[in-house]
Design a protein around this ligand. Structure first.
Ligand SMILES: *[C@@H]1O[C@H](CO)[C@@H](O)[C@H](O)[C@H]1NC(C)=O
Length: 240
């Protein structure tokens, strides 16, 4: 049996901003075309290493053991941390941490879609049609303005301008990823029902589903501002 007394846990969870590239847990994890070299230079490594060193004993107490734990992208970080600092980190717990890096990860949403399909075959079809409409509307200024209003975005959408466009489309799809992963705010049958019970066009049904989930829908600029202030907010640790 492991005795964890005196152990240091670094809990790495959530979303990271890496060298200006947004690496969401689900989308392009970790940063696209990351090589061993760029991976090694990501600021989290410095942070993780520093935290371990920092909590090394100013008080003459040695940590018996250092454990890193994380899920999803943070699970990747946990596993890589152990590989990179085997002399500092004794155990890595990596839950669903993708280790094979690739530029895109369409398999993720294929699994989300399949889960929704099992709950209600018409549910992912509705989402697909609504997303197609949204993509078409983003091509024009007028369409973008209509979408901004329909979905109550915190700032006006910029239309076809990247990454504003992709970020918005992500906010339309990620609630379904969340519900598949966590059954929150409800199980898939209930959530698909809630979506499909809405009235109006497919896009209006989607908007009525998405809007109540947030005070307003974030834009990329807001997101970037928020994360540049807090830097690597995903790194949390339990102090002694
Ligand atoms: C959706 O509508 C059906 C039929 O009116 C109703 O039985 C069901 O409770 C509704 N589901 C939700 C989640 O509102």
């Amino acid at each position: 049996m492991w005795v964890f007394f005196g152990s240091l846990f670094l809990l790495t969870t959530g979303t990271f901003s890496v060298e200006g590239e947004i690496s969401f847990m689900r989308h392009g994890i970790p940063p696209a075309r990351e090589t061993d070299e760029t991976r090694a230079s990501s600021p989290e490594w410095g942070t993780i290493s520093q935290r371990v060193d920092h909590f090394n004993p100013a008080d003459n107490r040695m940590w018996d053991m250092v454990v890193v734990a994380g899920s999803s992208y943070a699970g990747s970080l946990a596993a890589w941390a152990r590989i990179k600092y085997p002399h500092k980190i004794d155990i890595a717990y990596s839950s669903s941490g993708p280790l094979h890096t690739k530029a895109d990860f369409p398999e993720y949403f294929a699994a989300v879609e399949e889960s929704l399909r099992l709950a209600s075959p018409t549910c992912p079809q509705l989402i697909r049609r609504a997303m197609a409409d949204a993509m078409k509307m983003l091509e024009t200024r007028e369409g973008a303005a209509t979408l901004s209003e329909l979905f109550n975005t915190c700032e006006p959408l910029k239309g076809p301008v990247e990454p504003d466009r992709s970020y918005f489309l992500t906010s339309l799809s990620s609630p379904f990823a969340d519900v598949v992963q966590t059954a929150d705010p409800g199980d898939l049958v209930a959530e698909c029902e809630r979506l499909e019970n809405n009235t109006g066009s497919d896009l209006e049904k989607l908007a009525k589903y998405i809007k109540p989930l947030q005070y307003c829908i974030w834009t990329y600029d807001l997101f970037k501002e928020y994360y540049s202030e807090t830097h690597a907010i995903g790194v949390r640790m339990r102090s002694k």
